[in-house]
Design a protein around this ligand. Structure first.
Ligand code: ADP
Ligand code: MG
Length: 891
């Protein structure tokens, strides 16, 4: 990787370093408005209501109403109109609440930016930027507003969004530009992407006044496409619609042959279609996903693409970062090791001012003196800042940088005035691919070089080291052993070196000067494991999810941290970026063999993540990968599930990911997996309920018509049944709580169809019991001499009960309904009770009685129907018991 460095004569002395005052920023925010593009407005409830009628099914129903009117069955027509209205209202209400949830979630995922205000660097929401703000830019961030660049250090922007040009545009600061320079080169445009370097700019326009804003306002926003899962399910609904259509046609044909009235048959087939087609499915699915998204958000998992809810549940491998994800990313320098072996330790408590540096046989002052050169090389090539606010020290920037500044502070070395003594000439900022950072400073007549970075890199760059104020040839083995000892304790190790070159204005200081340096020593930083992580690791094991750790850090450190985190691996499962590269060069097979076993990948460059993830996928894994930097974006985009860090992640990483963790915590991924599995299980529950009841109704007619019986249920009765038993129950099932076994079962294969063995056998059994049982009862009632309307009346009651039982039994695929908490799903309970109550009520309301042709039932009839309905409880319980038995079922 080549790095160019821009010389900047007066870098530390640029104007505007104080930024706006917060008071001024407030007034400007009031005047210019928030830095946001106008959002597409959520559809109003009325629009949603009207939209409910734009479905083929509704057209069929409207046709039914018209047919009813034509054959002057006014009551039927009115009834169908009521059903339509209620369906529309229910659908609109459900969509409205799902849409609101989605909007609320989007608010949690707002872009952030770093500004200077009141002379202090702080992170704020990009929407709060105002013209005049001084904004800091860094590779990986999106430019938050149109900026006039006052500082550009090797700055490049991807402006393809605006210009269509795929090559990154070089940016220069206005002060550096000669007169021939293109004005556009001095502006960073809002929404473009920083691909390299650092910079600072003054906001010239925000929100709709920016270039991109003007375009956006002109063209309006592109519509949001439907998630693939929903498309697949819509497909599935279509398939059912065709099947039902075919069956209906057959029934009509058969009925006509038997001499039934054509208008009755037409209405029947329409009503049957309405009942059998699971038209509530797509909305129930999106509600299930939306609810899971909300539950995930409460667990710090923001889902950016709805279907990712469910895909996360099927992942079999988590490829995770170390720092910040498994650990707290609260780095504290605890150890300093000088090349002569001197060991210094630093206090590690929160109150920096009370912390001291200690060494054996020396005073604090002496110890500070010994560490001075090392800590200077730690503070100069440093992009962090440490400020005292209301009595406590707060850092801004990279945690490694902050930890180093804190160490210098504790050792009594003020980094504040240092830049005045050593004016900055040029800088090579830290990039994970480089594994070091360097800066060049004027030191008298010469230019001093200060480098901090990984031990290997710096041991290579140096050829001498400092022992007792004398320079001696470097002893690489000794230093390496010192590093190994610290890394073995799980400390993150950083090394430091310095050098000097002559101050020659003709030559630009750069990476080629980082040779023949003087090695200054090592520091070890402690980064505690997050307390939730070991439990989450255990959950992963029981849930059949493998975990691999990918880190840029040292193999020893990585192994020690993995052990502390509860990721237990054998020594053979540790590999390094170099080995990955060699395997890659030897061919995909080699790499796949390596990734099949390896679980710790140390010293990997972010750019290697993609190859590793793809190889894991070739090995049959469904991979979730975490990432934060700009170089992680390809892996995040191409993995099955990309998980970005919300706190330390760059905007690019977040935009490439499917999921953002607001707390960067590994344990949150595991909660996400649990929620994802719940969501998928709930979708299956809804499908089970809707398909089984629809198929049962179809079966009832398929048996009755060919066997020469009259229509078992009237069209209005079918519509009524559909309304009271499916109207809210589908959504209620979609909001079932986790059953508790989500993390004790292996992940399901992503290719597994929704209609697997369990699902098919459950649907078949329910269909046979409800449809066949219903038919048998109907047949028997007629044989007993019941009048047709009476028989239908009882059959309708039976079907309401059957379908209520079906709703209840669909609450779990494997667990007995008696073992589930009865009040666990209040909405479901309420909807089932309401369905039953409404039906009973309708029996006593004259208009409904005549329209639906129903009447109150006798006690004996009730008992009979109850007994019949309980047969469904028995069969499904038996079936579940069989699948639960270790030897039985398919699991
Ligand atoms: P991790 O995978 O743990 O996040 P990184 O990729 O961040 O590891 O860091 C890899 C190595 O780069 C570290 O071991 C350290 O030697 C070096 N490094 C990390 N941060 C900095 C920094 N701010 N300045 C210089 N070197 C750094
Ligand atoms: Mg890192």
């Amino acid at each position: 990787m080549t790095t160019t460095v821009k010389t900047d004569e007066n870098a530390p002395a640029i104007p505007f370093t104080q930024g706006l005052t917060s008071a001024e920023a407030r007034t400007r925010l009031a005047r210019f408005g928030p830095n946001q593009l106008p959002e597409p407005r959520a559809p109003s409830p009325l629009a949603l209501f009207i939209r409910q009628f734009r479905s083929p099914l509704i057209y069929i129903l409207l046709l039914a109403a018209v047919v009813s009117l034509m054959v002057s069955e006014l009551e039927d027509a009115v009834f169908i109109a009521i059903v339509l209205l209620l369906n529309g209202l229910l659908g609109a209400a459900q969509e409205y609440s799902a849409g609101r949830a989605a909007v609320a979630l989007r608010k949690l995922d707002l872009p952030q930016t770093v500004v200077v205000r009141d002379g202090q660097t702080l992170g704020i929401e990009a929407s709060r930027l105002v013209p005049g703000d001084l904004v800091l830019l860094e590779a990986g961030s999106r430019v938050p507003a149109d900026l006039d660049l006052v500082e550009a250090n090797d700055l490049q922007c991807d402006e393809s969004l605006l210009t269509g040009e795929s090559l990154p545009a070089h940016k220069i600061a206005r002060s550096d530009a000669d007169r021939t320079a293109d004005d556009k080169a001095m502006i960073a445009f809002a929404a473009t992407l920083i691909t390299r370097g650092r910079g600072r700019g003054l906001v010239t326009a925000t929100g709709r006044d920016t270039q991109i804003g003007r375009i956006a306002v002109e063209i309006g926003r592109a519509s949001v496409s439907q998630p693939p899962l929903m498309i697949r399910l819509a497909h599935f609904s279509n398939m059912i619609a065709w099947t039902v259509g075919g069956i209906s046609l057959c029934l009509v044909a058969m009925g006509l042959m038997r001499g039934l009235a054509w208008n009755d048959l037409l209405l029947m087939s329409i009503a049957l279609a309405v009942c059998a087609i699971p038209e509530g499915l797509p909305i129930a699915i999106s509600i299930s996903l939306a609810l899971s998204m909300r539950r995930m958000a409460r667990r710090n998992v923001i889902v950016r693409h709805m279907p990712a809810v469910e895909t996360l549940g099927s992942c079999t491998m988590i490829a995770t970062d170390k720092t910040g994800t498994l650990t707290l990313n609260e780095l504290t320098v605890t150890d300093i090791r000088l090349p002569d072996g001197t060991h210094l330790v630093l206090d590690a408590h929160k109150d920096f001012d009370a912390c001291r540096i200690h060494g054996a046989n020396m005073t604090t002052a002496q110890a500070g003196k010994r560490a001075e050169r090392l800590l200077r090389a730690a503070s100069l090539p440093n992009e962090g800042s440490l400020v005292c606010r209301e009595g406590s020290w707060q850092g801004v920037g990279d945690t490694v940088d902050i930890a180093l500044l804190a160490a210098a502070h504790k050792a009594g070395i003020a980094s504040g005035g240092m830049i005045d003594d050593y004016p900055l000439v040029a800088r090579i900022p830290y990039e994970p691919d480089l594994k070091y950072a360097a800066s060049f400073h004027r030191r008298g007549q010469r230019v001093g070089i200060f480098v901090k970075g990984s031990a290997e890199t710096l041991i290579d760059m140096a050829d001498r080291m400092e022992v007792d104020n004398r320079l001696v040839p470097i002893e690489r083995e000794t230093l390496f052993a010192q590093k190994e000892e610290m890394a073995g304790r799980g400390l993150r190790v950083l090394a430091f070196a310095e050098g000097e070159i002559s101050d020659d204005p003709a030559q630009t200081p750069g990476p080629h000067h980082l040779v023949e340096l003087v090695f200054l020593g090592l520091v070890g930083m402690k980064d505690p494991i997050r307390s939730e992580v070991p439990q989450a690791m255990a959950d992963c094991r029981s849930a059949g999810v493998d975990v691999a750790m990918l880190t840029g850090d040292d193999p020893r450190t990585a192994a020690a941290i993995a052990a502390q985190a509860g990721l237990h691996v054998s020594p053979g499962q540790l590999t390094t970026g170099d080995q990955v590269r060699l395997a890659e060069e030897a061919g995909a097979d080699q790499l796949d063999a390596l990734t099949r076993t390896a679980r710790i990948y140390a010293r990997v460059a972010p750019a290697q993540k993609l190859a590793i993830v793809l190889s894991m996928a070739r090995n049959g894994h469904f991979v979730a990968v975490t990432g934060d930097g700009i170089n992680d974006a390809p892996a995040l985009r191409h993995a099955h599930v990309g998980v970005a860090m919300g706190l330390k992640g760059t905007e690019v990483a977040k935009e490439s990911a499917d999921i953002v963790l607001t707390d960067d915590n590994f344990a949150s991924i595991v909660s996400g997996i649990r929620e994802g599995r719940t969501a998928y299980a709930n979708i299956r529950k809804v499908i089970l309920m809707l398909v089984a009841t629809g198929a049962a109704e179809t079966l009832l007619f398929l048996l009755a018509i060919p066997l020469g019986l009259p229509m078992p249920l009237l069209p209005v009765q079918l519509l009524w049944l559909n309304l009271v038993t499916n109207g809210i129950q589908d959504v209620a099932l979609a909001s079932e709580k986790p059953e508790g076994n989500e993390l004790t079962r292996p992940p399901r294969t992503p290719r597994e169809p929704i209609f697997d063995r369990t699902m098919i056998s459950r649907i078949l059994a329910s269909t046979l019991v409800i449809g066949g049982g219903g038919f048998a009862i109907f047949y028997w009632l007629l044989a007993q001499g019941y009048e047709l309307s009476q028989a239908r009346n009882m059959l309708l009651l039976l079907f309401v009960m059957f379908e209520n039982v079906q709703t209840f039994t669909s609450r779990s695929e494997r667990q007995s309904i008696f073992s589930l908490p009865f009040f666990g799903n209040p909405l479901l309970l309420a909807s089932v009770v309401a369905a039953q109550a409404i039906h009973i009520l309708a029996m006593y309301i004259p208009w409904f009685r005549t329209t639906l042709e129903i009447a109150p039932n006798s006690f004996a009839q009730w008992m009979l129907m109850l007994a019949a309905a309980s047969s469904l409880v028995l069969t499904t319980e038996l079936q579940k018991w069989l699948t639960r038995r270790p030897a039985g079922g398919n699991r």
